[in-house]
Ligand binder design. Structure first.
Ligand code: ATP
Ligand code: MG
Ligand code: MG
Length: 367
């Protein structure tokens, strides 16, 4: 963990950049870095130690698990930094008016002084120091690009219509969005040029990068319907043996051993009594952890930065997209790779049923 020096931190050099459901990001005006703060509901105060641990877990998970899946180059784990509290307080006041109202149900954590420092992925990393050329950056949150093939699926509809498309209807009905979008992740991941083009309109020409994501997503072998009973069994087991929680690495550490467990469902039998007892639960638990990683991949963003480059400027041809009119330098990164919490599985199970039932009842009935 690095401390950012007192005299160097000036809130005026940072500006509001964006936020999601769990974190808020500010960007440095000149340098190519961002700070990513955690957000919480107003009355849910966490201790500084808990926040530090949570941030460290995010970094470890990125390093040891997601980097392995996506490759070294497009995952940037960043580092945890400690900031002067006065700086964070002033920064929070400064950006408050720029935050969208719909996101203000949660507050920026200003008490711990901890945040993540990451490269600003909307810029081209190669031009970090001085940027003079315009940059176009596209961020895509593709969501789940396959139809579940698990035999645990009980709703026939889930084998026919993709989750994203069904969810659209519920979101419009509950007022979250005004109208249904025509985007379908199955188009984006189809590999069919016309369909992909339709999904992206004309902005994206890079298809291979998306295929990789389609692969990590597939760790969800069982679908939430097959997964939920396994989750319940693991829960039951943990109630009986609460001390096992740590051993199973549910809440981290997300180290190399954690990644190895994900890859290897047939855990080695060491012949011990303890193993015989836990074997069954362990196998089920592996599915639970794989599911959480798949959920993370379904919720991440892909960031693509494009900038026209001078004729001879780039020596590395791999980084240049040839297009009809000009040559573009580009960088592709995957972000928002926080592991989904173990506790969110019951919520996912209920939401899944809600989406499918709503779709079957209203939309499908009409057709
Ligand atoms: P979600 O609700 O999707 O889980 P989140 O709360 O986890 O979101 P992020 O997606 O990590 O938050 O960050 C919010 C937004 O900030 C992103 O959608 C992206 O536009 C921007 N952002 C995050 N990290 C970076 C980065 N390293 N460089 C540039 N922009 C970033
Ligand atoms: Mg996000
Ligand atoms: Mg997130």
């Amino acid at each position: 963990r690095r401390g950012m020096e007192e005299e160097k931190m000036d809130e005026n050099e940072w500006g509001y950049h964006g936020e999601g459901n769990k974190s808020l990001v500010v960007a440095h005006a000149q340098r190519c870095v961002v700070l990513r703060f955690l957000k919480f509901p107003p009355n849910r105060k966490k201790t500084s130690e808990e926040i530090l641990q949570h941030l460290q877990d995010i970094v470890d998970f990125g390093k040891n698990v997601m980097k392995e899946f996506f490759g070294e180059n497009c995952v940037h784990c960043g580092e945890v930094v400690q900031l002067p509290l006065e700086f964070v307080k002033q920064l929070c006041l400064k950006i408050q008016s720029e935050r969208p109202e719909s996101r203000c149900d949660k507050d920026l954590d200003t008490l711990s002084g901890y945040a993540m420092c990451l490269p600003n992925l909307t810029r081209l990393q190669t031009y970090c120091i001085a940027e003079h050329r315009p940059i176009l950056c596209v961020e895509i949150k593709p969501k789940c690009g396959f139809i579940p093939f698990s035999s645990s699926v009980t709703h026939e509809m889930k084998h026919k219509v993709c989750r994203y498309c069904m969810h659209q209807h519920l979101k419009v009905a509950t007022g979250k969005w005004k109208q249904i979008s025509e985007y379908c992740p199955l188009d984006l991941f189809s590999g069919n040029k016309q369909r992909m083009h339709f999904a992206l309109k004309s902005l994206l020409q890079e298809s291979q990068n998306n295929l990789k994501i389609f692969k990590v997503q597939m760790l969800d072998l069982l679908d939430i319907e097959g997964l939920y009973p396994l989750y319940n069994r693991v829960e039951q087991y943990l109630e009986e043996f609460p001390e096992e929680r740590k051993m199973l690495q549910i809440d981290g550490p997300y180290d190399e051993a954690f990644y190895q467990k994900l890859l290897d469902l047939s855990t080695e039998d060491d012949g011990s009594v303890a193993f015989a007892l836990t074997k069954n639960v362990l196998a089920q638990y592996d599915y639970v952890q794989q599911y959480r990683v798949a959920m993370t991949a379904k919720d991440c963003s892909i960031m693509i930065a494009l900038s026209p480059c001078l004729q001879d400027a780039s020596s590395d041809r791999r980084l240049v997209v040839p297009s009809s009119r000009s040559r573009l330098a580009f960088s592709v990164s995957v972000l928002d790779l926080d592991l989904k919490p173990y506790e969110s599985i019951p919520h996912q199970y209920k939401l899944d049923a809600k989406i499918v039932n709503y779709y079957a009842k209203t939309v499908h009935a009409k057709d």
